[in-house]
Write a protein that binds this ligand. Structure first.
Ligand SMILES: [Zn+2]
Length: 444
């Protein structure tokens, strides 16, 4: 009885635990299937693509199929571990193929014998290289290498200060330099680190956006047309367009995110951090020159898998990942990681977690609150497709009146790129979060 009560209390008190003092193995944080489904569904429309029964989760290709009971697939509870192992071991295209053939049959474990890759355990140790064996994937968001490209991918912050001075930063550079600082710190302690972008200005295809258009656009468009991801009309438009902003919006944005997810899953990390810098979505005032006015708001937030909205069960990849997310511990492990990363970023930066009653309206439409301050379920390509604990970080508001000053004050340099002390502090916040997480988990 007492043991039971103690376990319950320790689960409840988890968010406030002072982690440096943890000497025992904390309880595994678990959610029920219903809790995970509640967090994974944002719009009622999603409910017409699945049914839960006593055997497992039935998936449907359309609301019409749902109505007439024409199942696309049934993933059984007792094969969910194998399902997750298959996703871990094979490429997404192969998994889509297997999922299509499976239908209501169970996966035959014998067929996968030689294909299943068992993860290598990471054990946190107290040596001078405590992260030896830890595999960390870092995804620095966006790709611009200069202001012109930042405008093409719509990620330039050009902020008019109260004294009329204009300050400018772009997110792809902030995230890239953050990743460099973080990578170096992690590697010093023995970790193996993957970065999805390996050069300033490169996309996840290991070349610039312009170079990718010249080399790969045609094949990529034809391939996606064949797979049904784009229409013939869109394909035609893309193939003759020289408007980079259009190519980015209509095609490359989604296409490149899938490449990031593929790279990360192939690396088989113990944990993944997606690095972004946020902006105030309610700050929509510009001067006559197109400079944005600064905002007083400033928050940190993190995203974990879940919160599917209408239209996001359209493709097989989305449906098979929905089943994977609710049948695995993907959400719990990501909440744990995001809890540690988020709280450490708040401490390091002196910035509050985004409050539960916050006024960023898009979050009310697309995100589900996890119950942990600043941590939200949100169905982004990366939170959906990446396997293993994932924290999608949206740190501070670039357009905040104090932050833009700090970010634009480039007193540091890393790999020849000028950057700010503030970026280094963000990297340290992520680092603190990773250390607290591995110290809490001990084994990954
Ligand atoms: Zn971003």
């Amino acid at each position: 009885m007492w043991h039971w009560l103690f376990t319950l209390l320790s689960i409840i008190s988890f968010p406030d635990q002072e982690l440096k003092e943890v000497v025992h193995t904390p309880p595994e944080f678990q959610m029920s299937l219903n809790e995970k489904i509640n967090l994974s569904v944002k719009s009622p429309a999603v409910k017409y693509y699945y049914r839960v029964n006593n055997k497992g989760i039935e998936l449907y290709a359309s609301p019409n199929d749902w109505k007439y009971g024409r199942k696309e697939s049934l993933i059984y509870y007792d094969e969910s571990v194998l399902y997750n192992k298959i996703y871990y071991s094979l490429t997404i295209n192969k998994v889509i193929d297997l999922y299509s053939k499976k239908g209501e049959q169970k996966f035959n474990p014998e067929k996968f014998g030689g294909l299943i890759i068992e993860p290598e355990l990471f054990i946190f140790n107290s040596s001078s290289r405590p992260l030896e064996g830890l595999r960390v994937a870092l995804d620095p968001g966006h790709f611009a290498g200069n202001v012109k490209e930042a405008i093409e991918e719509m990620r330039l912050a050009r902020i008019r200060m109260p004294d009329k001075k204009v300050l400018e930063v772009f997110e792809a550079e902030l995230t890239y330099t953050t990743a460099l600082f973080l990578r170096d710190t992690l590697q010093k302690l023995g970790a193996t680190v993957l970065m999805t972008r390996n050069k300033h200005g490169w996309t996840a295809f290991d070349k610039t956006f312009s170079q990718w258009i010249a080399d790969d656009l045609t094949d990529a468009v034809i391939g996606d047309l064949r797979e049904g991801y784009i229409s013939q009309a869109t394909a035609n438009k893309l193939l003759i367009s020289s408007n980079k902003r259009y190519i980015f919006k209509a095609f490359f944005h989604r296409y490149e995110l899938h490449q990031r997810a593929k790279k990360i899953n192939k690396f088989r990390p113990h944990l993944t951090l997606i690095l972004h810098y946020n902006a105030d979505s309610q700050n929509r005032r510009w001067d006559a020159q197109g400079n944005q006015y600064s905002t007083k708001n400033n928050y940190n937030m993190t995203f974990v898998p879940g919160a599917y909205i209408a239209g996001e069960m359209r493709y097989k990849e989305q449906r098979l990942n929905f089943a994977r997310i609710v049948l695995s511990d993907q959400i719990e492990r990501s909440i744990e990681l995001s809890y540690f990363v988020g709280t450490r970023l708040n401490q390091r930066l002196g910035v509050d977690a985004y409050p539960a009653n916050g006024k960023q309206y898009y979050l009310l439409k697309v995100a589900n609150y996890t119950g942990f301050e600043g941590v939200y379920a949100r169905n982004l390509a990366l939170t959906r497709m990446i396997n293993g604990p994932i924290c999608y970080g949206e740190t501070l508001f670039q357009d905040n009146v104090d932050e833009i000053k700090r970010l634009a004050n480039k007193t540091l340099e890393i790999e020849g790129i000028k950057t700010s002390e503030r970026v280094r502090e963000v990297a340290l916040g992520y680092f603190d979060g990773i250390m607290a997480f591995v110290n809490y988990k001990k084994v990954l």
